[in-house]
Ligand binder design. Structure first.
Ligand SMILES: [Cu+2]
Length: 275
């Protein structure tokens, strides 16, 4: 193979590279609920656009929900959910299988009206390719009955995306604005990665199923990127109904077991078709 041919082949390999963005998921089918009750959530580590190459979620450091109704802080309640977790295996469309967890919430957890901010802090994940650990602070926000609550409240996490629009009430064609924070301070010029959850989730089989909803014309459309402004804010358009994952890599660089640990922020938002 001559050099020109070799370079061309390498270039094609690069172009064909699938999306590398990792997204921790906390999945439930519907974020805007009319009434409370028992809930099932799936916690898996994956590439949501490709729905493949499942990664192992070995352990959970923290999993809790903060509930509030209206601006009444007296209604505020933090519930630890570690004891609702059961290990499962979750399968991607490429038949890769990753360790994951399922949370079976009894009816008392999501019971009254208002917002429920779920926070997952996975144990650091060792990424062999980069010889470093990754830890994604992941939020998903559920509402019951339309009474708002604490959806916009910064939690002071090391890496966090704070919504400036209700994450559970978005129309197709609308926009979503948020602010990237680290320990309650905005992070300017942060790179925000955006991926669409491109497959259905089979809640019984613990698997991504069906056909890809979007076929990307080019790899740059699989993981889209936007930078935060000097106040740490970003705005994205919402072109399609479904779940969209927002992730900010490398918010904090620290150490874990003698290796580099990058702490990252993830927020999931749901977009609804106009009737
Ligand atoms: Cu990856």
């Amino acid at each position: 193979m001559n050099l020109k041919r070799l370079l061309f082949t390498l270039l094609m390999l690069l172009i064909a590279a699938p999306s590398w963005a990792h997204f921790q998921m906390v999945y439930t089918p519907q974020s805007a609920l009319t009434e409370g009750g028992a809930m099932n959530l799936k916690l898996m580590f994956t590439h949501p656009f490709d729905g493949d190459r499942m990664m192992d979620l070995e352990a959970v450091d923290e999993f809790y929900v903060i509930h509030q109704r209206g601006d009444d802080e007296e209604t505020r309640q933090i519930t630890d959910l570690q004891d609702t977790l059961q290990p499962i295996r979750f399968q991607g469309v490429d038949e890769s299988v990753g360790k994951a967890f399922e949370a079976q919430l009894p009816p008392r957890v999501v019971r009254s009206l208002g917002d429920y901010v779920f926070v997952l802090v996975p144990a650091p994940y060792y990424e062999k390719a980069d010889d470093e650990y990754i830890q994604q602070f992941t939020k998903v926000i559920i509402n019951v009955g339309g009474i708002p609550g604490n959806w916009f409240e910064p939690l002071g996490l090391p890496a966090e995306i704070v919504p400036l629009n209700k994450p559970y009430a978005n129309w197709v064609g609308g926009t979503f604005t948020g602010v990237v924070m680290s320990n309650g301070e905005p992070v300017p010029n942060a790179e925000l990665e955006i991926e669409y959850l491109n497959f259905d989730v089979d809640m019984e089989a613990n698997a991504f199923v069906g056909e890809a909803k979007i076929v990307a014309p080019h790899p740059a459309f699989e993981t889209m990127t936007v930078l935060t402004n000097d106040q740490g804010e970003f705005t994205i358009g919402l072109p399609k109904a479904g779940w969209w994952g927002l992730a900010v890599p490398d918010v904090v660089e620290t150490e874990h077991e003698g290796k580099e640990l990058v702490q990252e922020a993830v927020l999931w938002i749901q977009v609804t078709e106009l009737p």
